[in-house]
Design a binder for this molecule. Structure first.
Ligand SMILES: Cc1cc2nc3c(=O)[nH]c(=O)nc-3n(C[C@H](O)[C@H](O)[C@H](O)COP(=O)(O)OP(=O)(O)OC[C@H]3O[C@@H](n4cnc5c(N)ncnc54)[C@H](O)[C@@H]3O)c2cc1C
Length: 493
């Protein structure tokens, strides 16, 4: 039985573990934190639960891609569907624009506000569907992958395509109103990223009842069913290598795990820090160090007074400017330029929200001066900084949701430093390595490394988000099982 050691218990690490354990490998997952899950982690304060990363998922109705993938991985969680008449609501220039589920729903809901744009929206949707269905891993259909479709839309920016197809200047902005979900940047982020996200959530959108940590817990359960082990408090500090291969890993507590195969689910910048072998060339290390990452985030977690805030069954995107683009280019004076506001789902048919989150962009540079300080002991100035930003953010949301602040019993915050500490993501980045068409292949990280039995997985390899990470998992595990075999296993249940 081949021994696989997986570094990190994020979605990527756990799902690779399940696939390999199911296929007869001896799997051990090592997690540095106290909780498994990475961005699937939740925390609880005075009875209210909060998700720190994953807040909603798509394509999870029976027969849809994520439903099939979760079934294959043995994930059993309760889901609560977001409003099909408007699972996302974009607020721009004082007007609200819902995104309705399904192709026709999406087009019809926008045509009611932009009557001249029906044909253009149909064309946009045709391109989105074309890109999503040309990828057999995203659609789980045996497609004759249309390489031309994929390449074209991986090389063109979102704004380039959207502004060519949609001729109304307001609608051009509305259709990208949920771009904080993938931290898109103008002229940089490929249209394919937009297409995958739009197609994924448009098919169906759900919250995980009781929190996204239930996905992690369910994956751990499947792992133990197949005899795999998951250990927390195991920070890997070294990937041990001989002259040709990785031989195992060493943890901060001195424990050592032998391995035939090592898979790292950590940010590649963290992975290269664990390797001092000459097998990894300096040029690779340098490249990893230079690759740009998506921006970090500042979150305000709201614990509401009992039965005061009706549960909001959609995600709300607010902007303090006329466009969703460019929110990452803020100054201390004009922050926040935009935000995403969501409620947590504790139970099916929830009437009142117990908790919610407001999320806005924040650069690591803003909190860099507290790097190296300990969580919970960063000092009064850090607390002041967080309080100041939390109030600014809540005041902004209150413009759209009057009395919000009066409904909040207590609030808690996180910054890019929090994410850096809890998951090791470079620069506190929300979604890991950024896709940037201006940088080409130099900005991509391959799942294979020059160490033949060291593979990479997770959001930095393919794409972030539940589908992006699981597609990456299939690519990584396909290296050991063959992609065809894995594809057949998933498709045939
Ligand atoms: C604020 C926010 C909101 C999001 N919202 C959504 C959403 O609504 N829907 C969606 O689909 N996606 C969402 N995402 C993205 C999604 O959560 C991530 O893409 C995904 O969970 C990343 O999984 P991963 O396995 O790649 O990495 P991670 O979750 O970062 O896991 C990496 C793991 O490795 C561990 N680790 C690091 N170094 C070591 C070491 N040396 N030794 C041992 N362990 C180590 C870390 O502790 C961590 O547990 C969101 C992300 C963020 C940050």
């Amino acid at each position: 039985m081949k021994k696989v050691v997986i570094i990190g218990s994020g979605l990527g690490g756990l799902s690779c573990g399940v696939i390999l354990a199911k296929n007869g490998y001896d799997v051990t997952v090592l997690e540095q934190g106290t909780q498994v899950g990475g961005c699937l982690q939740c925390f609880t304060r005075k009875g209210a639960k909060f998700e720190t990363g994953m807040h909603f998922i798509g394509s999870a109705s029976e027969g849809q891609t994520l439903h099939r993938l979760l079934h294959y991985l043995g994930v059993e969680v309760k889901l609560s569907q977001l409003d099909p008449a408007g699972y996302e609501v974009i607020s721009l220039n004082g007007k609200r624009y819902p995104f309705a589920s399904g192709r026709d729903g999406f087009i019809d809901s926008l045509v009611s506000q932009f009557p001249s744009q029906r044909g253009n929206l149909e064309r946009l949707w045709e391109i989105i569907e074309g890109v999503a269905s040309a990828s057999s891993l995203h659609s789980l259909k045996h497609t004759e992958t249309d390489a031309a479709v994929n390449t074209q839309y991986q090389l063109r920016s979102i704004n380039d395509v959207v502004e060519e197809v949609i001729t109304d200047s307001v609608l051009q902005k509305v259709v990208v109103g949920n771009l904080p979900l993938y931290a898109a940047e103008r002229d940089k982020t490929p249209f394919s990223t937009y297409a995958f996200v739009m197609d994924f959530y448009n098919q169906s959108a759900y919250r995980v009842v009781g929190g996204s940590d239930n996905i992690a817990k369910s994956l751990v359960k499947t792992l133990s069913k197949y005899g795999a082990r998951v250990f927390t408090h195991k920070k890997v500090v070294k990937i041990d290598c001989d002259a040709t291969h990785a031989t195992g890993v060493t943890c901060a507590d001195g424990s050592h795990y032998d391995a035939d195969i090592v898979i790292s689910d950590t940010h590649p910048a963290r992975t290269v820090e664990m390797i001092d072998s000459p097998l990894l060339r300096p040029v690779y290390r340098k490249r990893i160090g230079k690759i740009p990452n998506t921006i970090g985030g500042f979150s305000v977690y709201l614990r509401f007074k009992k039965d005061t805030v009706p549960y909001m069954n959609y995600n709300f995107y607010g902007y303090n400017q006329k466009t969703p683009w460019g929110c990452e280019n803020y100054t201390p004076q004009d922050w926040p330029k935009g935000y995403l506001y969501m409620h947590f789902c504790d139970e099916e048919n929830q009437r009142y929200a117990r908790s919610g989150v407001i999320l806005s962009y924040m650069r690591m540079a803003d909190v860099e001066r507290w790097k190296g300080t300990e969580v919970g002991k960063r000092g009064a100035d850090y607390e002041d900084f967080k309080r100041h930003h939390a109030l600014r953010l809540m005041q902004n949301v209150e413009k759209e949701f009057p009395d919000l602040m009066g409904s909040v019993d207590e609030y808690y915050t996180s910054t890019p430093l929090t994410y850096y500490n809890y998951t090791g993501t470079e620069g506190g980045s929300m979604y890991g390595i950024a896709k940037d068409i201006t940088l080409g292949p130099a900005a991509r990280v391959h799942h294979r490394t020059r160490i033949p039995n060291l593979l990479l997985t997770g959001q930095n390899i393919n794409s972030h988000g539940i589908l992006g990470v699981l597609v990456g998992t299939m690519v990584t595990c396909g290296e050991l099982l063959t992609s065809e075999e894995l594809f057949n296993q998933v498709v045939n249940g």
